[in-house]
Design a protein around this ligand. Structure first.
Ligand SMILES: NC(=O)c1ccc[n+]([C@@H]2O[C@H](COP(=O)([O-])OP(=O)(O)OC[C@H]3O[C@@H](n4cnc5c(N)ncnc54)[C@H](O)[C@@H]3O)[C@@H](O)[C@H]2O)c1
Length: 333
């Protein structure tokens, strides 16, 4: 199958493309190689994808509507997965414009391109952050999610709304997938796991926000990628809901959480890091940061109904995989 993936130089896009290529699909990858974090890491990921004959690489920004439309048209894709975005909750307080450009303008440009090059299924990467300060756990797709507490979440919610309108107006079957703290090898340097491991291995203290009282539904990247690929076959159709569905009444559109529904306390996560690295961490206990939420926990019933399985790699195992990748990539061992 021909698949168009945005964000292929990024953490999740790289893993998704690699898996699709290994399964024999043809992947057109679109990425602007932004400098939000070390572009060398993005180049290393791309170097692996370039070894696959089925990989077509396009370097471009989502904001460049003409380049994006040409890439989409050239790919002749049946499935489009939109992962490219300005990610990260905390940076959205520092550089709001970057979120508006990449996540709002960029997503609108992609939707316009899809209007004229309709795929069989469009998958849009959203986030558990859209649940904002919700206090009803677990978070279900049918819960209200219109009280974002960061601009990052607000731009992702805007993306979901735009995707719904295009699904309705132009009949583009669309699934918005909400990810919950994805981690694993080749992960993002701005995320806690990466920062904690590099600090611990360099004997620096780690900043533990929320005084360690946070809880996250951590999702191992291989599980996430497997779920995205399985969901690609579950094309939403108006009037054909499954159990626990969030299917729109007026558009071939649904929202699906991807997570295992078993949140881990931050301090247990840190204990797993200690075990994997053999280093006792020095903790710098700090208050919550603006924009962050205390806990995330996914309701998994819809994902289970759609694909028959949910992410289940134990955190200890996933963290070990990360540490082993980190050591080999940065030559620590
Ligand atoms: N990693 C997580 O825990 C997590 C959680 C929830 C949602 N998400 C979402 O999943 C998606 C992938 O996240 P990731 O962790 O792989 O992030 P990432 O930053 O590693 O990857 C994003 C990629 O998009 C590219 N990009 C950014 N803005 C662009 C633009 N305007 N034009 C072209 N390319 C651009 C970047 O160069 C990067 O390679 C994002 O949409 C993110 O918001 C991630």
């Amino acid at each position: 199958m021909k698949i168009f993936v945005t964000g292929t130089a990024g953490f999740i896009g790289f893993h998704l493309a690699r898996r699709l290529l290994a399964e024999g699909h043809q992947v057109t990858g679109f990425d602007g190689l932004t400098n939000y974090y070390d572009p060398a890491l993005k180049q290393s990921r791309l170097a692996i994808l370039r070894q696959e004959p089925g990989f077509v690489e396009v370097t471009g920004m989502l904001e460049d509507a003409a380049a994006l439309t040409a890439a989409v048209a050239g790919s002749e894709a049946e499935v489009v997965v939109h992962l490219a975005a300005q990610a990260g909750v905390r940076y959205s307080l520092e550089a709001p414009g970057s979120y508006i450009q990449s996540n709002v303008v960029g997503t609108a440009n992609l939707l316009e391109a899809l209007r004229h090059n309709k795929p069989k299924h469009f998958i849009f990467a959203s986030t558990s952050s859209v649940y904002g300060g919700n206090t009803k756990f677990p978070f279900a797709e049918t819960d209200r999610a219109d009280g974002p507490v960061s601009l990052y979440a607000a731009t992702k919610k805007s993306g979901e709304a735009m995707v719904h309108s295009y699904a309705h107006l132009f009949g583009i079957p669309s699934t918005c997938v909400r990810f919950f703290t994805v981690y694993g090898p080749w992960g993002r340097p701005d995320m806690a796991l990466f920062k904690f491991v590099s600090a611990m291995l360099e004997d620096r203290a780690i900043d533990v926000y929320g005084f360690g009282k946070m809880r996250r539904d951590f999702t191992y990247v291989d599980d996430l990628v497997a779920a995205i690929i399985a969901l690609a076959d579950q094309v939403p159709e108006v009037g054909k809901p499954v159990e626990h569905d969030s299917l729109s009444a007026v558009a071939p559109f649904r929202v699906v959480n991807i997570a295992g529904g078993k949140p881990t306390e931050l301090m247990d996560f840190i204990a797993a890091l200690q075990q994997a690295t053999g280093v006792e961490p020095k903790l710098n206990m700090l208050p919550m940061q603006p924009g962050d939420v205390v806990a995330t926990e996914s309701d998994t019933q819809l994902l289970q109904a759609l694909i028959g399985t949910v992410p289940e790699t134990p955190v200890r195992e996933g963290v070990e995989q990360f540490v082993s990748w980190y050591n080999s990539y940065y030559g620590k061992n």
